[in-house]
Design a protein around this ligand. Structure first.
Ligand SMILES: CC(C)(COP(=O)(O)OP(=O)(O)OC[C@H]1O[C@@H](n2cnc3c(N)ncnc32)[C@H](O)[C@@H]1OP(=O)(O)O)[C@@H](O)C(=O)NCCC(=O)NCCS
Length: 230
């Protein structure tokens, strides 16, 4: 059955203790791009040209349109061009913050789906999404931070939790060597990465073929700086 080309709100169970955000997904399809076209600017379309693969280009445009839709829904501003900044290998952000609240934005995409969300309150959001058919190589599996024998998610779910955490951290893959699992609570996981404490959780129950596997992470607080002793 064809997926409806409309933004679909996604219910996300937040990691314990984390702030609450809002999340939507769209099919990564030509029909969705036609439906969401009015949310895009000429500059968005120019920026999209840096992606050579048509599906990747489409995902970039849909993620941009979905972020604008999410911002307009959250801020009640209607469909006018919101000053969204899309940067290569960085999180999206709002260019000019004229609103009182700080919003953190995150997107993830596969060949089938685009997921976007926003988190108020000054904490940092990371989302990740993979198709259940994706395989995880032994080399990648070895880099996941769950110790052997410990309660752990499936390999693919673990990878989405790691990527969501690396996006919430903001450095992406280069920060993987610093990512440590520090605990589990109420269905979520706690990580430390450099100065950040990160809370991650699976986003279960997403429909689709292949089934999407997704995760959220929120960079919750800075570790307090310890005063150096003279
Ligand atoms: C961000 C990262 C962790 C994941 O990216 P990814 O899985 O390739 O792609 P996703 O669809 O999940 O996410 C892409 C989005 O993440 C965001 N993003 C990219 N770098 C980011 C960063 N450093 N911090 C926060 N968000 C970031 C962007 O918004 C990007 O979307 P856009 O290009 O449309 O703007 C990336 O650092 C990366 O390097 N991935 C490499 C994947 C890899 O090595 N896989 C091999 C293991 S099997």
């Amino acid at each position: 059955m064809a997926q409806r080309p409309e933004p679909e709100p996604i219910a996300v169970r937040h990691p314990p203790g984390a702030a609450r955000g809002r999340y939507w997904r769209l099919p990564n399809s030509a029909a969705a791009l036609a439906r969401m076209g009015p949310w895009l600017t000429g500059r968005d379309r120019t920026l999209a040209r840096r992606h050579r693969l048509p599906r990747r280009r489409q995902a970039f445009l849909l993620a941009t349109a979905l972020l604008r839709y999410a911002l307009a829904e959250h801020l009640g501003t209607g469909r006018r061009a919101l000053p969204l900044q899309r940067r290569s290998q960085r999180r999206p952000r709002i260019r000019a913050m004229r609103w009182a609240e700080q919003l953190s934005l995150s997107v993830a995409h596969t060949d089938q789906w685009v997921l976007a969300g926003l988190l108020p309150g000054g904490r940092r959001l990371g989302l990740d999404l993979e198709a259940a058919t994706r395989s995880i190589s032994p080399a990648v599996a070895r880099r996941l931070p769950w110790p052997q024998g410990a309660l752990q998610p499936s390999l693919l779910q673990g990878w989405t939790l790691v990527e969501a955490a690396l996006k919430a951290d903001g450095r992406g893959i280069p920060a993987l060597a610093q990512l440590r699992l520090v605990g589990a609570d109420g269905g979520g996981w706690r990580f430390r990465c450099g100065d950040w404490l990160l809370r991650g959780a699976a986003i279960p129950g997403l429909s689709g073929h292949p089934r999407p596997v997704a995760a959220i992470a929120i960079a919750d607080q800075h570790f307090p700086k310890v005063a150096s002793t003279p």
